[in-house]
Structure formats: structure tokens, C-alpha cells
Design a protein around this ligand. Sequence first.
Ligand code: BGC
Length: 250
Amino acid sequence: MNTSFGIDVGGSGIKGAVVDLDTGQFMGDRIKIATPQPATPEAVAATVREIVDQAQWDGPIGITVPSIVKGQMVLSAANIDKSWIGIDAYELFHRHLGADRHISILNDADAAGLAEVAFGEEKAKTGQVIFLTFGTGIGSAFLMDGRLWPNTEIGHLAVDGFEAEHQASSAVKDALDLSFKKWAKRVDRVLDEYEALFNPDLFIVGGGISRRFDKWGKHLTIKTEVIPAGLRNKAGIIGAAMAVTREISP
Ligand code: BGC
């Protein structure tokens, strides 16, 4: 069977599972450990190691980080410890997981977007699609007929003077205890700006809060169609696992 291990490093949890690369299904349980605070490279890599050990996995591993990843270098750190900036991620994870382990690193939203193309919504495969994840931050993957333009970071675009993710991430909803309706108004304003600047055919929204899309999707008023991700918040792990064997990492 064609399997790999995917790990999604998020602001609040680090999650991993064995993924069947033919179907995109998890094989066995998903393992989740709270993200260490501060989320330094060494602390995160040690947690990744713990997850891999718990799963008793000795094959290839794909890892997402909530950062710009170019080559093997991590170039940004909005919601993890700033000491990630400039880190050689291959050196870091090889040191923790074994020098001859096959490892791949990519941005979390890019991984999720690619997984959605492969195993999620059919509509993700064609046209100009902006895939967004709402979680601790707002992540983005720009997809053109299923092909990725990696490392777009429109969660940091200023909307009415403030970064989009500081206004409309799902962490902001929690922090301010906003109702779905009030939070959806903020998301709507952000999407309105994205629509005006990028004119996609479709927005697909992922992240944990996409599971509750029925509660907030109806309050959106933008012209462009918005649909929840077919894979909901599993996409990051699946995309991480896919990156290892399909050479789709940026
Ligand atoms: C980061 C992105 C990431 C997104 C979602 C943003 O703050 O800059 O790289 O994809 O959060 O985690």
C-alpha cells in the first residue's frame, strides 16, 4: 500500500496520522499533542518526534509549518516562535527524526490546498481558486487549475488598516467571543477585499471552523461563490503526507 505520514504543525496543536496516498484516508488514529509554548524549532521538532514514536512510524514524513517555506528554509513565523525565521527545516527535522529519513516541509495552507485538489471538493480542480484556512491565523493557497502558487500570505493583507488574520481568524472569534454572525461579517469584509484584488472564481474555506460552515456561510454577501473544504481540517495532514512522495512541495 502507498502510505506516508503527515504532520500538521498548528498554533495550538501538532497533529499527525498515517495517510493512504491512493485515497487520502487516514489509516488508524490521528495523534494530537498541544503545541509547546514557546513553539521554538527544537520544542516543536521534539513534539513531532513524540508523535512519530507514538505511531511507531519509520517511513517518510511530510511536515507542514505555518510559515513561508522556500527550499528548506523557514522564512516567516507569524504564529510560532520568531526563532523559526531563517531555520534550515531539513537540518532540524533530520536531527530529530534520523538523518536518512525522507522528509518534506511545506506551508500548512499550501499543503491543505493541494490535498483538497487531490481528494476534496471537485471544484478545487479547475479555474482560479483561493483556498483559505481559518485557525490561529488565516492561511492561503492560490490554485490555478489545481496547480499551486506557493507561499501566498494574504492573511497578512491589510484590510481597513489591520491585518486580515488579526480581524477574522477563528482565534479572533474565540478571543472576542463573537457569534457566528458577527464573525462572519468580519470574514465577509476580508473576502470582499480579496475578491476585489484577485477576482477568483471560487473561495474554498478550510480549518476547524469550516465544519460549522452552515452556521456562518449564510451570512456572507460577496459575489464570488464560497464553499467549505471537502476535507475540513484533515487537509493539512493529508497534504503533508502527499508532499513526501509526489514531489509537490514548493
Ligand atoms: C502564516 C501563514 C500560515 C497561516 C495559517 C499565517 O499567519 O503567515 O504562513 O499559512 O498563518 O497557519
